[in-house]
Design a protein around this ligand. Structure first.
Ligand code: ATP
Ligand code: MG
Length: 260
């Protein structure tokens, strides 16, 4: 049984087949990248995995369980967290509070306490403390101490991307979906992002599926790559194999994609 597997997945918008009978598998603790030109269907795959879009056909199997038909919160609770291509943070909240929000799924007692339900105060307080501790660990892990109490809107873009990563980690996922984590970053911030993603896999043991346009980064970081175009696979393999594949090069209009 594969750790994560997509079988025959299709998603259309009107007449447009954004994802077209796609298959792929990801092994536990892999860093697996999905590449392809703009509009190839990459983000649509993520939106199907995390339950935002309902595919017309296919299976999405996570540890052997089909995710199709489950709600985004149920899929998150099953251990799949994601970041978005366009930052989705609360700009007028602090780093700490944004990351704390990533834990809301497991905050049953705290929410119950707020609503005046049956949990005892002491239990809610204990849970709250555990969540705080976890969030502080993530802030330490991503070296976000100096940003901890700042509004996210006041942080440089590279730090905001890290806060979003932190919020996804707060879910303590087994699988992390990163949609263009290095888009808009400087070269230095991009190198840092590679470092964080490696650490997330190596130190936290989290499997990563990455969508990324920067081919240098993809080449550096990926165990394997799936290249797609028009919602269909071109090829899957090691970075060397995929980035040298004639159809992949053609899809990128012949540019030297390792220099992109
Ligand atoms: N909600 C939607 N409604 C209609 N069309 C959509 C929707 N989401 C995606 N599409 C279309 O599906 C196709 C695939 O889009 P998708 O966002 O998955 O591409 P992508 O590979 O992530 O591209 P990019 O690299 O530009 O982010 C595109 O033609 C897009 O316009
Ligand atoms: Mg996209």
């Amino acid at each position: 049984m594969a750790f994560f597997q997509i079988d025959n997945l299709s998603k259309s918008f009107g007449g447009l087949k954004a994802v077209d009978q796609l298959d792929f598998q990801v092994e536990e603790k892999e860093i697996f990248s999905i590449i392809g030109p703009n509009g190839a269907g990459k983000s649509t795959i993520f939106n199907c995995i995390n339950g935002l879009y309902k595919p017309e056909q296919g299976k999405i199997l996570f540890k052997g369980h089909n995710l199709i038909g489950r709600r985004p919160d149920q899929i998150a609770a099953a251990g799949i967290a994601r970041t978005f291509q366009n930052l989705e943070l609360f700009a007028h909240m602090t780093t700490l509070d944004n990351i704390m929000l990533g834990r809301h799924l497991s905050m049953k007692a705290s929410i119950a306490a707020v609503l005046g339900l049956s949990f005892k105060r002491s239990k809610a307080a204990k849970e709250e403390l555990q969540h705080r501790r976890k969030v502080e660990e993530i802030i330490d892990f991503l070296e976000l101490e100096s940003a901890r109490d700042q509004f996210v809107s006041n942080l440089p873009y590279g730090k905001q991307k890290l806060v979003e990563l932190g919020r996804a980690l707060a879910l303590e996922p087994d699988l992390l979906l990163l949609d263009e984590p290095a888009a808009g970053l400087t070269q230095e911030e991009r190198e840092d992002m590679v470092f964080w993603i490696r650490d997330i896999r190596d130190l936290l043991g989290i499997t990563v599926i990455l969508i990324e346009h920067n081919m240098q980064m993809v080449q550096n970081i990926s165990d394997r790559i799936l290249a797609i175009n028009f919602g269909k696979p071109i090829t899957t393999g090691t970075p060397e194999e995929v980035l040298a594949h004639p159809e992949v090069i053609r899809a990128y209009l012949g540019e030297d994609i390792t220099q992109a």
